[in-house]
Design a protein around this ligand. Structure first.
Ligand code: NI
Length: 140
């Protein structure tokens, strides 16, 4: 077996409960195996998409709109990348949380970069970039 490295991760208890439920449902023998699988899957997906490929994608964010400056930072970044932002849908989930689905179009590398800038802001609980289509995947 190749060498392994241990690292610790801080999670909210509810998120860990959800993760453990996920592990049981998928029959992962250990949390480590599930984390390895998820990391490999994510890295493979990242590598597969060429940065220069034109794609259409959605970025889904769940965030705390009470977090200081977060809403204006999210807006500033979307205006900064105005050529990539096609449309935005906003849903008020509850008193604290907002759901935002942003439709993006452009080079995969640019979209990933923009998604990283948005989903790593403090107060963003979740961020998922899903590639909906690419020119090369369309029938001729
Ligand atoms: Ni809202």
């Amino acid at each position: 077996m190749s060498q392994v490295v241990r690292f610790s991760v801080s999670l909210e208890p509810e998120l860990l409960e959800d993760f453990d439920r996920y592990c049981r449902a998928r029959h992962y023998p250990t949390r480590s195996e599930a984390v390895r699988h998820l990391i490999r899957e994510k890295l493979t997906q990242e590598a597969w998409e060429a940065d220069e490929q034109e794609v259409t994608a959605t970025l889904t964010l769940v965030y705390d709109h009470h977090r200081s400056q977060l809403v204006s930072k999210l807006l500033d970044l979307q205006h900064h990348h105005v050529e990539q932002v096609v449309s935005t849908m906003h849903v008020h989930l509850d008193h604290h949380r907002c759901l935002e689905v942003i439709v993006l179009r452009g080079k995969a590398g640019r979209l990933r970069q923009m998604a990283d800038e948005l989903q790593t802001l403090k107060g963003v609980y979740q961020g998922h970039l899903v590639v909906a289509s690419s020119k090369t995947s369309l029938p001729a």
